[in-house]
Design a protein around this ligand. Sequence first.
Ligand SMILES: [Zn+2]
Length: 168
Amino acid sequence: MSLNVQVLAELSEKIFGKRARQVMEFLISRGEATDEQVANFFGIDVNEARKILNDLFEQRLLRYRRARDEKIGWYIYFWRVTDENPAVILEARRKKALAILRQRLEYERDNTFYVCLKCEKKYTFDEAVDNSFRCIECGELLEPLDNARVIEILEEAISKLKQYNPFE
Ligand SMILES: [Zn+2]
């Protein structure tokens, strides 16, 4: 097994768990396989196999070719492990995570929040105004919510992720 492929198998387990890794290893040893072959090999439902394969594909860990089965008229998918460099995949994941965290941080910074202390439901300022500062669930008066700690946690996570180098 090449180092790249080992990293990809490792990564699949980190994201999706042991079964995903086993599927990756099966595809590595076979070269390529269909949904049905994966399902049969692991003794699982075809839909379950497809879900694992699609999840891995969405994370760019797999690619496929498809061929039309002339008898049944459907497409058959042949899955194989990507030949992309894991560093490229990891970098894309890091950027995506950073974008999500930054968006969340911006939202926390731009809004003032209120909370119902009874049911812990959180409201933005606008929502609180719309409901006359009363909880829509229980009618309790809303209290201002200090989100400084949330902002701090987000900032820490962003700074860690900015420095993150998976190959150190
Ligand atoms: Zn409430």
